[in-house]
Design a protein around this ligand. Structure first.
Ligand code: EPZ
Length: 421
């Protein structure tokens, strides 16, 4: 298995271009199933999760071509309706095909995704929303069997759970509602930019949606959708990872192809830490000369601080003099990176859903094991400021969500390479 090898101590300098957002591209790919016509999706990152989704869509009968960041998806007149365990268990976002399959075919058999290293990730909100639209749902042999008797009917749906709104449940239910008869409202809808991007694509396909980006969505069902062309937004989590890497190393980096308004929660925290941030039209310049200052952060649904940047923020706090606290409100068990960061010399103590981080002067390079996508990114950026060499193992997690991260960091002056094994 590949590993990433980093020798710490270099300041990042220069320019880096952010790729398209994986978490926007995946539901948009599923949405393409809502029409029999071809859709074109541009600015798609070449990642393992995208390949997995393409495989799933092909197994459903769609023709999928992926070249130079552009996907062409032609579902055709009928679709198969089975999303098997083998594919869904490797990538939870596969559950996004549930809404489009029910909407178009009136039937779907989708494997339950099961557990996940970042904690329990139920899909009760997805099912609640689809049931409200008239789908009859049974769980049998580890599969969700969803069937619609005549057609889906518009409904008032409340989608709040114990941890707030849900990004993919909002997407799934919205995708089913666009073909339902009559009007639907989704209250406590997720406001993440990826949900807005999905709604934008659905509208290009002929869907009638208002309120995207707010907690209340209104959807007027239509009979049919057509193929459409879109370009996915840039990846705010990849951008945030580079921004933090630049800040940690005391560098000067221009992050390009970024939407600055998506980064407000991170920028607010980093400014409190003493990092200089300048927003451009599609750029963010990050500089730091002085010492980092401690800060507290709590993850929340958008526009709050993203859970997908929690691990990277913890790596930054680990080398910030003083005590910082980071509290995880979306996935209270998403702390697998703590023990690996501590192996690199950080002093992080867990107290329930909070991590108390005592900043240390130096981390020391060590062999470490990535447990999930964002934890891997945290270990890589920790390696950039550690004394000596860090080896990050189980890089396949990183490859699910970061396009050529080692090449991009190398171009910024980091001493980093991939050892292929
Ligand atoms: C999306 O997952 C992202 N994945 C995740 O990114 C991200 O961490 C998460 O949103 C939160 O921002 C994709 O977009 C593919 P949720 P999603 O439903 O939609 C609970 C990454 O690293 N919940 O918004 O599955 C859930 O357990 C990944 O790129 C229910 O209780 O997350 C969590 O506590 C990891 N019932 C909270 O809601 C449900 O039916 C928010 O999760 C669904 C969710």
């Amino acid at each position: 298995m590949d590993k990433i090898v980093i020798t710490g101590g270099r300041k990042l300098k220069g320019e880096v271009t952010v790729s398209g957002a994986k978490n926007s591209a995946l539901p948009i790919m599923a949405a393409a199933l809502l029409s029999e016509e071809e859709s074109i999706i541009e600015n798609v990152p070449d990642l393992r999760d995208i390949q997995t989704m393409a495989k799933l869509m092909r197994s459903l009968g769609a023709r999928v071509l992926f070249e130079n960041g552009t996907l062409a998806i032609k579902p055709g007149r009928t679709l198969k309706t089975l999303a098997p365990y083998k594919l869904v268990s490797t990538m939870r976002a596969s559950v996004c095909v549930l809404g489009p399959l029910i909407g178009r075919m009136g039937y779907a058999e989708v494997s339950l995704p099961g557990g996940c290293v970042i904690g329990p990730r139920p899909i009760d909100l997805h099912l609640k929303g689809l049931e409200a639209l008239g789908a009859h749902i049974e769980i049998q042999h580890g599969y969700v069997n969803a069937r619609v008797k005549k057609s889906l009917r518009g409904a008032e749906i409340y989608l709040g759970g114990s941890f707030g709104s849900s990004v993919l449940a909002t997407g799934n239910v919205m995708m089913a509602a666009v073909l339902a008869q009559g009007k639907s409202t989704i209250e406590n809808a997720a406001c993440e930019p990826e949900v807005v991007d999905l709604a934008r694509f659905l509208k290009k396909m002929g869907a009638r949606i208002t309120g995207e980006g707010s907690p209340r969505l209104e959807i007027e069902g239509v009979k049919k959708l057509h193929g459409a062309k879109t370009a996915v937004i840039s990846d705010r989590i990849e951008a945030g990872t580079f921004i933090m890497a630049a800040a940690m190393t005391g560098g000067d980096v221009l992050v390009k192809n970024v939407e600055p308004s998506h980064q407000n929660a991170l920028i607010d925290k980093l400014r409190q830490c003493g990092v200089k941030i300048e927003k451009g039209k599609n750029t963010i310049r990050v500089r730091r000369n002085g010492r980092l200052k401690p800060v507290d952060a709590t993850t929340l649904p958008y526009p709050g601080f993203p859970t997908d940047l929690q691990a990277q923020m913890m790596a930054l706090m680990a080398v910030t003099p003083g005590i910082s606290v980071i509290t995880e409100k979306i996935y209270p068990d998403r702390f697998m990176h703590v023990s690996e960061l501590n192996r690199m010399g950080s002093k992080i103590f867990l107290e329930g859903p909070s991590a108390i981080v005592h900043g240390v002067k130096h981390l020391s390079g060590a062999p470490v094991m990535a447990s999930d996508l964002r934890a891997s990114a945290a270990l890589v950026i920790a390696g950039l400021v550690a004394e000596g060499t860090t080896e990050v193992h189980r890089v396949y997690h990183l490859d699910r969500g970061y396009e050529k991260i080692e090449e991009k960091l190398f171009a910024l002056g980091a001493s980093i390479h991939r050892d292929r094994e």
